[in-house]
Ligand binder design. Sequence first.
Ligand code: MLT
Ligand code: ZN
Length: 465
Amino acid sequence: MGLARRALRLVTGHPLSALLPEHRLRFDADALATWGTDRTSSFGVAPGCIAFPESVSEVQAIVRAARAHGLGIVPSGGRTGLSGGAVAGHGEVVLSLDRMNHILGFNPTDRLVTCQAGVITQNLQEYAQARGLCYPVEFASAGSSHIGGNIATNAGGIKVIRYGMTRDWVAGLSVVAGTGALMHLNGGLVKNNTGYDFRHLFIGSEGTLGVIVEAQMRLTTAPAEQSVLVMGVRTLADVLSALARLRAAVDLSAFEFFSELCLRKVIAHKAVQRPLSEAAPFYALVEFDQSAQAQVFEAFEALCAQGLALDGVLSQSRAQARSLWYLREAISESLAPEHPYKNDVSVCIEDVPEFLDDVSELVNSAYPHFEVCWYGHIGDGNLHLNILKPADLSDAQFYEQCHAISPALFELVQARNGSVSAEHGVGLLKRDFLRYSRSEEEIEAMRGVKAVFDPDGIMNPGKLL
Ligand code: MLT
Ligand code: ZN
């Protein structure tokens, strides 16, 4: 097998063959299928090869060679993306950061961890915890997503209401731009007013400007013990009333919601029980410091008295808190077998109630034959609306139908200056809809920025713009 592959490569003379040992440049079908895509299923997957660099200089050499030969590069992290940002569909080189997965150092004074881009999120979280600190960005795919991918997509997750997005925790970046140049951006400084902060351009750039190779991530104080309340509510408007009431009473660490249909999907796929004895149309999951239990309880009782909450369950131990969280965190995985068309929209929290009314009306008229799952980070104004694929439609048919309806939803988003991609990124899925959230002038300026860092357009071609 080794000989056959070597022979193939001598025949094809791939431009990267001289740069990496044979086992770190793969052309086999298994590798192409695995590393050529992310968690989406609607896009064609056809990468040219998969490269596994182990050092910054190897990344630079790959980018320079790709540039010289006009090859596209798709940077690839944990491949947990939901918008096709890491899909290689046109013979690109997939540059996997899997082997650049080391934590390089810790600066306790500044609470900074220097990570290679391929460090798995959970490993950084555990590293912080072992030092009595916390890396607070949290989401269900933390066990496989990479820090580099989190930065490239400015990942959000379930604690944004308290801790913000990945952007808030990036103190420095090292990147290899599409030119092959290595740049060290900000170097961990708290204060640095020396002009444009390119670090922030690379955060959320989805691999279109270059490859993030290293990052200095800031840590914070470990949180107090947390409690979780799950309550049943009748309407989406009631979810928001509960948010307002609870937020006025305590500092929240999370405020999530999901519909009964989501819960049913989780129960069908995982060994879990209903949280409440009676089903409710919607559920809100609230996390807060355990020391605030009394205030939360009082607010909850007031909500019940007003008919805004139907019933609730409050965790009495860490294990119970974890199982309540699981009901929310397992939604994405439980819906995956039904190949959902994912919407990930946001508006200002003030606009959420009216926005929800309009979206409900649209969903009822536009998707009468599809199952629609509502869930998300409603405390951040971020709604995930997943349309499930009926078994009798092909992926392509279903994608086309949903894509055709999307403009109506995005008009509602645009009317409120909202975002068509609150946290999953634009990738391929939302590329055609970018103009609903960004003006023509902004998109033109984005193209200009790309041309500076990636003049030959080799970095993640076709994504975002
Ligand atoms: C979530 O909130 O569960 C994640 O963004 C993943 C998803 O929406 O499927
Ligand atoms: Zn989410």
